[in-house]
Design a protein around this ligand. Structure first.
Ligand SMILES: Cc1cc2nc3c(=O)[nH]c(=O)nc-3n(C[C@H](O)[C@H](O)[C@H](O)COP(=O)(O)O)c2cc1C
Length: 152
């Protein structure tokens, strides 16, 4: 590296949004699962990694990768009618990925999840509103503790 190159070659973006319940009929959990699967598939093609949480009807998502790919994906995501109230919380340049190996890890507070997981997800939801970097780190450590969010 020299004065003309930067070690910040990735972007990391954090946003929140709310599931549009109008769009998913009586099966919101199925819609959410489909969104997560589609995201992981698409991200594999776009060299993106990150994490998607769904708690209390709210999505909290981190996207990281090459800046242009992060921006393109976020533009697509903003246009998606399956969620509303998209709020960009944080967009920074970083030198390395925090979610290496997860094209889109997914955890939600559905009926299958434990009380402990529900509590952790709620804490991250709170943190996302007040301290983005802390919320990001907590999302990362949550994944280490939950094998359900297997690397895809
Ligand atoms: C909550 C949520 C998260 C999403 N996450 C991603 C994602 O990480 N990557 C991605 O490419 N698309 C994601 N999508 C899907 C995009 O909105 C879009 O449907 C998809 O990229 C296909 O876009 P296209 O139809 O313009 O090709 C997400 C959608 C929602 C509602």
């Amino acid at each position: 590296m020299n004065a003309y190159t930067s070690d910040k070659q990735f972007s990391r973006l954090l946003y929140t949004s709310a599931l549009d319940i109008e769009c998913c009929g009586e099966k919101p959990a199925e819609t959410v699962r489909r969104i997560a699967e589609g995201a992981a598939e698409q991200n594999r093609l776009s060299d993106l990694t990150g994490s998607l949480l769904f708690v209390n009807g709210v999505f909290i998502q981190i996207l990281e990768g090459p800046q242009d790919e992060v921006e393109k994906a976020f533009e697509r995501i903003c246009c998606d009618f399956r969620h509303v109230d998209v709020r960009l919380i944080d967009l920074i340049n970083v030198s390395e990925r925090l979610f290496e190996g997860w094209n889109m890890a997914f955890l939600s507070d559905d009926e299958m999840s434990s009380l402990a997981l529900g509590d952790e997800l709620q804490e991250i939801q709170f943190l996302a509103g007040v301290n983005a970097s802390q919320a990001t780190l907590q999302m990362r450590s949550l994944l280490d503790n939950h094998s359900a969010a297997s690397k895809a």
